[in-house]
Design a protein around this ligand. Sequence first.
Ligand code: 4NP
Length: 163
Amino acid sequence: MNSASDSQEQTAVLFICLGNICRSPLAEGVFSALAEEHGVRDRFRIESAGTGAWHVGEPPDSRSTAVARQHGIELIGTARRVESEDLREFDYLIVMDRQNERDIGHLLELYGGEAALELLREYDSEAGSDLDVPDPYYGGPDGFDRVYRMVRRSCEGLLQALT
Ligand code: 4NP
């Protein structure tokens, strides 16, 4: 499946969380860096967005930026909300938790769209039965380390699946 608007050869992947400042920008940055490392960055359109609008226009949370930087990854972009066009333009809507999955599922029912809707941790080699990437927003920095490790393993699995 491939419907990326700017290049027919690209697979379009949209990472989605609630605020688009903690988890999904981290997933976007990690997946981009891994694709770069593997020499396949050009094959992908990679973005992130949130189901909520509270943080639209803001840069990623400083704790996500810090944990990414510790691993040599610079996060880019500012928060935006998921739009109905995303459902048509992206091949994969990769959500961080089941609440995101429900919210995007409703949008797909409402607006239609052929995109695959998947939980990121379906690609986590160490995931148990709980496939949520927990929301680290109200916790401390150790929550961000944990989220980074989950996101990293999952993005490695996702990249392998898509290449
Ligand atoms: P995110 O984290 O969904 O991973 O970006 C959150 C950021 C902000 C809020 C909740 C979650 N908030 O309620 O403002």
